[in-house]
Unconditional design. Sequence first.
Length: 238
Amino acid sequence: MSTEKEESTAQDVPDLETLIGKAKRAFALKQYEQAVETYAMALETYAKECSPATVDIYYLYGCALLENAIASNNVLGNKQGGEEEPEEPETKAETDGKGRFFFGADGATGEDDPEVDLFAQAQAAEKEEEEEKEEPGDVDEPEDDFEGAWDILDLARTTYDTMQGDESQLKLAETYMALGDISLETEKFDQAITDYQSALDIKLKLLPHTNRQIAEAHFRLSLAFDMTTGKLESQIEH
């Protein structure tokens, strides 16, 4: 019975070429979550181990994870970045002639307004702040996404490093660039410098010095140096 279910499930999954094409389209449309899911399905079904035959899929999957993590991080950053609170109407303190204060908006008289318990308001505000701090939220999720992207891309890096030929070496350089992007996003600047420098060294050996890829590697390396104190001279070089 289980065999029949497995055969039925296998028949429902598209072939590898179809899955990769679908994932690439989703990535091009910046639908990174869908791209991640499709690449994951392709790996689970057809390429459970990273090898020279499947390493390109691992690289693409890692890039999709990276872009999805960046997109998620930006969304959460905007939410946490403190959207401006609507301004409260100005209030004026008034007395009712008996020494009690009332707070009314826009100059309204105190007779129609309820008394304000300032102590209760302060307690409520403090409680609200504590609840906001204790909310579990998904703040840590982007870090997990970046870690997942790093693990997959590091597998690809290890495999490309064992392969011969200029094409494989240039793919290795691109993998180093992606790893550097992860380190830059997670503020691990020393690691970013190491990875970008590795990428640049490979590109300088295989590409003309006027190639745009080399300029891009210099630029990323400069960004990483800019984020690191005490490395101004190195930044100027790039």
